[in-house]
Design a protein around this ligand. Structure first.
Ligand code: HEC
Ligand code: CU
Length: 364
């Protein structure tokens, strides 16, 4: 029986993982902005469950976290009813009755009751501490075979680097493979959170923090930043995809530049390094939208105009301070990518911008 209150009558089924692959691909195309609706919160079609109660238990300790939570919930409920019930009962029973001035005599001491109300709560509290500590150790101490994934959080996006050097901006994991995340921030305080794993950890600039868990259920889950980190904070969400095998994951994370077109390579660079600040749907974000800029004349804050050509894009990427677009001053919020992206990468970005312009620009 499912003892979680609103779930008692709900039927769950796990059958809608079938179109997982399709959904995963759709998400990969979108970079860091994943609509919530495309992520599985619970393997069930019952909307009551997905909307109002806990998301699916997708990590090894998720069940224990929920158990502790629900235990404390029920203990609180029982005591709440007992205490308020007794209070109401005594209020009525010992209320001042007409004509009776003297208070009801009451005993000053009752050893049996006093021992009971001291010992019973102590036992319950010690039990809560014990279960809490046990679960906490499980969440904090990684198994020895845990793989390590480097996580970089920045305004406003994620970058995951795997042991074999692959990089993605969604998190790809393998079912039943414990993972230890080594996390750092490039700018401000962020927080890693995957509700389905019941794991959350702050990411603090200037130091490393760690998160550990073992995914036990394949699927696509929502990964979000859980610490307000600026105006784009709500966009700082992505997908966490748990694959059934290592090969399956590799197929989703590997990237062989030589097998891809310059456009595809450019798109990938955009997704990993630029999509946190630049949109390609015409909407301005931290920086201007990039889809239609190629070949246009851009107004700068000093009143001059610049033609968006190869040289301009190179300057934008390596020396963002050189030209600052009107409306984005006085200093550029863009960091230099010199040393991060080389000349070849810049060429890919240029190919990407050109194609974006010609494929979406003509239609408008
Ligand atoms: C931290 C946020 C941020 C990131 C990350 C970022 N940019 Fe920018 N970018 C800006 C801002 C803000 C501006 C406008 C101010 C300026 O011109 O420097 C800008 C301007 C630009 C411009 C000029 C746009 C125009 O309309 O003329 C280009 C081109 C550009 N960025 C390319 C990139 C590329 C390529 C990347 C990824 C490799 C990138 N940016 C990453 C914030 C960012
Ligand atoms: Cu954040």
């Amino acid at each position: 029986m499912n003892w979680q209150l609103p779930l008692m009558l709900a039927q769950t089924n796990d059958s809608n993982l079938e179109n997982l692959r399709e959904r995963t691909e759709a998400i990969s195309m979108q970079g860091t902005t994943v609509p919530d609706s495309s992520l599985i919160r619970e393997g069930t079609s019952n909307p009551f469950v997905t909307e109002y109660w806990f998301p699916t238990q997708a990590s090894s300790f998720a069940g224990e976290v929920d158990f502790l939570y629900m235990s404390i919930f029920w203990i609180s409920l029982v005591f709440f009813v007992a205490i308020i019930g007794a209070m109401v009962y005594f209020c009525v029973k010992y209320r001042r009755k007409d004509g009776v001035i003297a208070p009801e005599p009451s005993s000053s001491h009752n050893t049996a009751i006093e021992i009971l109300w001291s010992v019973l709560p102590s036992i319950i509290l010690v039990w809560i501490f014990y279960v809490g500590a046990e679960t906490w150790f499980e969440m904090r101490i990684p198994k020895e075979n845990a793989e390590e994934i480097q996580v970089t959080a920045k305004q406003f996006g994620w970058l995951f680097t795997y042991e074999d050097g692959d990089q993605t901006n969604e998190l790809h994991l393998v079912r039943d493979k414990p993972v230890r995340l080594i996390m750092q921030s490039e700018d401000v305080l962020h927080s890693f959170f995957v509700a389905a794993f019941r794991q959350k950890m702050d990411i603090v600039p200037g130091r490393y923090t760690y998160a550990y868990f073992e995914p036990i259920k394949d699927g696509v889950y929502r990964l979000s930043c859980n610490e307000y980190c600026g105006t784009g904070h709500s966009k700082m969400k992505t997908a966490c995809i748990v694959h059934t095998s290592e090969e399956d994951r590799k197929n989703n994370t590997k990237w062989i530049e030589a097998e891809k077109t310059p456009f595809e390579n450019g798109q990938r660079i955009y997704q990993i390094h630029c999509s946190g600040c630049h949109k390609v749907d015409g909407q301005a974000a931290t920086g201007p939208a990039l889809n239609l800029i190629w070949g246009t004349n851009e107004k700068m804050i000093d009143g001059t105009t610049e033609l968006v050509n190869e040289d301009y894009v190179l300057d934008s990427i390596w020396y963002p301070e050189k030209h600052i677009v009107e409306g984005y001053g006085p200093v550029s919020k863009m960091n230099s990518f010199k040393g991060i992206l080389d000349q070849k990468d810049v060429d890919y970005v240029i190919a990407y911008l050109k194609e974006l312009k010609s494929s979406t620009g003509d239609a408008k």
